[in-house]
Design a protein around this ligand. Sequence first.
Ligand code: ATP
Ligand code: MG
Length: 563
Amino acid sequence: MSDERNTPVENSDEHTSNFIHTFIDRDIAEGGDYCGKTVHTRFPPEPNGYLHIGHAKAICINFSTAEKYHGVCNLRMDDTNPTKEDVEYVDAIKEDIRWLGFDWEDRFYYASDYFDVMYRAAVELIEKGLAYVCELTADQMRLYRGDLSTPARSPYRDRPVKESLSLFEQMKNGEIPDGAMTLRARIDLSSGNFNMRDPVIYRINRLRHHRTADRWCIYPMYDFAHPIEDAVEGITHSLCTLEFEAHRPLYDWVIENVTLPARPRQIEFARLGIDHTVMSKRKLRTLVERGVVAGWDDPRMPTLCGLRRRGYTPRSIRNFCERIGVSKVNSTVEYGFLEHCLREDLNMTARRLMVVLDPVKLVITNYPEGMTETFSVENNPNDESMGTREITFSRECYIERGDFMEEPIKKYQRLYPGNEVRLKSAYIVRCTGCKKDDDGNVTEVYATYDPDTRGGNTPDGRKVRGTIHWVDAACCTPVTVNLYDDLFAVADPEADDGDFLDRLNPDSLQVLEGCVAERAITAFSAPAHFQLMRTGYFALDRDSTPDHIILNRSVSLKDGFKK
Ligand code: ATP
Ligand code: MG
């Protein structure tokens, strides 16, 4: 397994293939350790927080790679670190992966189930003279780690095997205080790769574990535990992020020196970063704990549950992950590209609906009082199979306050006295004036309609420039609308080691009360998606009820993403 084989190769067709697949193809062609095996990957989250869009990339890579080779992918809770893990997170992780549309079938595991295997592996290494109990404190170890020209030191390195075996057992039995001893792999104190300078593989930590409770007071370090977890599960390709690249020699060393049922291979890919947000669970947890957001699923969060509540669809996220590709270079993707992928999906799938966000009443003075007409309109002009719905029209309707100007500015083509506009799908109306309150605020707008323009058509072919949306005042429903913007005011909230909490966007949430929607909306429940004419794509919030309808803006209509 030479390093050369793990460097990226050019691949022209990034949509169907990537450098990971190229490696696997080579493994299959060459036989060797992978001869006749089924490609077997895993997604190994640490259950200490909710999954975010970065995890979605790793999930897509692991599950899609398995799928491509007719292999399988495990879901494994990487819970060897006893702090902070929580059942709430385990359930949420499963829900999010299922929501994305991936299935681990019956292959759900906990790394903590392998604590016995790991302990035996450590004993094996001691017996082979490849591990020893070291009594340097953490501070001393830092002091003795050396530098590029000076090797690391440990006075305990040549301690007899028997002594290490007995001390390690005492560590396990709780006879040694926390931090007093560690078990270290005996590899190479002068390695240019500091991960190989006799790394600690077990430490004493009297912390209660969420599954094994107080059975263990020693816990394996990630670099030692992970290759064992992979091998025990028969993983063939262990796909992880780039920060583990310098740990690969240690991964391979463990596979090489411990008796294990399989010889998995680690391949690294770049982490996903997105602008205007943070992507580490620790920072996201801080936002939740400080009350900056309403919870892990606040629609401004880059978590999968947050994006779901915002109105993101599994397909839009999977398309996004596919299209950003897999590379060996860390980079930041524009948030606009994620939004672009959502628009693309919703344009084809979301029903159209009219909602007025800032309503003012429009009275059609020549329309008979008490009369109602019904128009049949398409639910989605891009998809006939989505059918039609009925909208009603009567003497009074609501329009956007911004669609009327008593004294129009230049090029204004909506309602102003004397001007004609089209009420979408209904009639052409001509504005005749308005009523104002004592403060000069417009309280009602007046217009007359042309009965010959039913459906919004002009039989005489005359030009009507403006088309506006509206809602029948006699048949509408009040709704609350949440408008979201970037959570952070700057593209890189973590730049220059600054405090990301100082860089929040104070206007990331705007709540609009008193909006009005077509009554058709009452028939839906979350997570229904809509394209509100001229306003954007919206989704019903999970707290929305027919008595209190809440719409979250998923994304605006205008695509700012430059291809
Ligand atoms: P965080 O820093 O957000 O806590 P993590 O790497 O500690 O992330 P894990 O639960 O250990 O989170 O991650 C599970 C898997 O998801 C790992 O294989 C990890 O490499 C991958 N992963 C995490 N963040 C990203 C990201 N931003 N882009 C791609 N993959 C990621
Ligand atoms: Mg982690």
